[in-house]
Design a protein around this ligand. Structure first.
Ligand code: UN1
Length: 456
């Protein structure tokens, strides 16, 4: 038996559930395989209709989903409301994407013939989703997989299982039976899923992601994995100090920094003193506490282990010469609360400036000039997202082309994703083709080249 507990009140057991074993996963995938035929036979307009109705059903129960998300993963209300609304928007978007062109017509070698490269669904897609976006990530994987004709079996992170089951309860009635099912569990369930499905999409840690990629590629099935980040925000000397500090504070500490897109390093070009003080103040002004309150920006972290990771990182940074500018202690509340941490004094090679802490934790680094800032920004194994703060368009453009990250944002927070744009990183951050937007079509389909000639 596995329990999902509220990080705000760990005595509050949100859900107890069984780990679905290999036999159970096999049954779910076989049922999804049968469902895929009915789903495909509904035709494109049938899929549009079903996904639109699913979107409206999620919208109608947005409050319930939001409340459960706040309770189960501790995401502050404003962010959780935004995430649920994003889930609805994703379903509506992919409902229409069903009608996008699904291939290309090419010149025929024989006059009067046809050559068409058309996209076909794989069959059953396995999605393995994290706890930090309990609604948006399952939906941004499931909605395109379904739109392009696949069915889906979802293995959510144990800590977000109740939300995943609620999403299933809400959307499944609009689809053929077993077209979207959740299998609860942890590693055993995830491994069984990869061994059965036709295609795998994963978001989570680097360690688990590497194992997922190895297992899927060993079977020769397509796989995409979104893993960690160690995301830099670069502040140029001409940036508007107050506004950059406020955006970066939110990007680093919102939802306690528990996003693969969170800012973890703040690289200040030139004299850092004014910006350092502004950032310290911006972080200090962020309301910390009960995630069910609308004003809260920093709620709990997800678990006791996550508290320890932050406290250990503080000790580690101090050992490497770090100076704590803000926070660094556990907060005396029943749940898993830690103060947001801002520090400087460590070098770019320090562990806390290289690895992902996945908590409310930001390291300030100083750079002499743009070249040094780029070198520092790129000097990590991750490559998900970077941000540049400046009003100097020429300098910004130059930096954008030198930063080795899948996403680059100018005067915008590293966190926050546009569901209609391709999303993903390079280096150790990602594997496989991009998620979201039209890029998802490429991942969830294969190309069949069809040649039709007139009978001679
Ligand atoms: C966001 O910043 O809104 O798991 C989304 C994550 C990322 C998604 C970030 N894959 O944190």
């Amino acid at each position: 038996m596995i329990s999902s507990n509220s990080p705000t009140h760990p005595d509050d057991v949100v859900l107890d559930f069984e780990e679905v074993d290999a036999v159970g996963v096999h049954r779910a995938v076989e049922a999804a395989r049968v469902a895929q035929r009915s789903w495909w036979e509904l035709g494109a307009l049938g899929r549009v209709n079903a996904l639109n109705r699913a979107a409206e059903a999620v919208a109608a129960r947005a409050d319930e989903i939001t409340k459960l998300g706040i309770r189960e993963v501790g995401k502050p209300r404003t962010e959780m409301e935004g995430e649920t609304a994003r889930g609805v928007a994703i379903l509506r978007y992919y409902a229409q994407a069903v009608l996008d062109p699904d291939g290309t017509s090419l010149p025929s070698p024989a006059v009067g013939g046809l050559v068409i490269a058309r996209r076909r669904p794989y069959g059953v897609v396995g999605i393995i989703t994290p706890w930090n976006f309990p609604v948006a990530i399952p939906l941004w994987k499931a909605a395109p997989a379904l739109a392009y004709g696949n069915t889906v079996v979802c293995k959510p992170a144990p800590a977000a299982t109740a939300v995943a089951l609620l999403v299933e309860e809400i959307i499944a009635p609009f689809l053929p039976a077993n077209a979207f099912t959740v299998v609860t569990g942890d590693q055993v369930t995830g491994e069984a899923l990869i061994s059965e499905v036709d295609c795998v999409s994963f978001t989570g840690s680097r360690g688990v992601g590497s194992a997922v990629v190895r297992a899927a590629t060993a079977r020769g099935i397509p796989v995409q994995a979104e893993m960690g980040g160690q995301n830099p925000s670069i502040v140029l000397p001409d940036a508007d100090v107050e506004s950059a500090a406020s955006v970066i504070a939110g990007a680093a500490m919102g939802f306690s920094g528990q996003k693969c897109t969170a800012t973890s390093r703040v690289i200040v070009v030139g004299d850092p003193s004014r910006f350092t003080e502004a950032l310290r103040e911006a972080i200090a002004s962020l309301p910390v506490g009960d995630p069910s309150l609308r004003e809260t920006v920093i709620g709990p972290v997800v678990s006791e282990a996550a508290v320890s990771a932050v406290i250990d990182a503080v000790a580690d940074a101090k050992g490497a010469g770090g100076r704590i500018l803000y926070g660094g202690d556990r907060i005396d509340l029943a749940g898993y609360f830690v103060e947001p941490v801002l520090l400087d004094g460590v070098g770019p090679g320090a562990r806390v400036a290289q690895e992902e802490i996945f908590g409310p934790f930001a390291v300030l680094l100083g750079a002499r000039d743009d070249d040094e800032a780029v070198e520092m920004a790129n000097g990590v194994r991750f490559g998900l997202v970077s941000a540049i703060f400046t009003n100097d368009l020429t300098r910004a453009l130059d930096l954008t082309s030198r930063l080795e990250t899948g996403l680059v944002r100018v005067n915008a927070p590293t966190s926050g994703v546009d569901f209609h744009a391709p999303f993903g990183g390079i280096k150790d951050s990602s594997y496989g083709s991009r998620e979201q937007g039209k890029a998802a079509q490429e991942f969830y389909t294969w190309i069949q080249t069809l040649t039709v000639l007139a009978a001679s």
